[in-house]
Design a protein around this ligand. Sequence first.
Ligand code: FES
Length: 90
Amino acid sequence: MHEDRHSYKMRLRDMAPELEKFTNDERILNLQVKLCACGLSKTKPICDESHHQIQTEEPGKVYVYDSELHGRALENEYPERQRPPPPPNV
Ligand code: FES
C-alpha cells in the first residue's frame, strides 16, 4: 500500500537556497520540481508520473511492481504488521 499517491511540488529556491548566491532570476528560483513520493519513478527523485499506476491499489494491501510497473497485491505473504507496545512511562 502506498501512502503517498502523488508527487510533491517544490520550488528550486526551497530545495537549494544557496542558488540565490548564483542567480537572482525569479524565473529560475521559482521553477517547480515534482518530487516522487510513491517510490516508483524511474527518474528519482523526479516524478515521472508512474504514480498513476498505484491509484487503484486497495487500502490495507501491500503491492509489488515489476520493471514494467505491473503491480500485484501480496496475499497473505506478510502477516499483519504489529506495532510494538508503547514504552512505559518513566
Ligand atoms: S510520485 Fe510520481 S512517480 Fe512517484
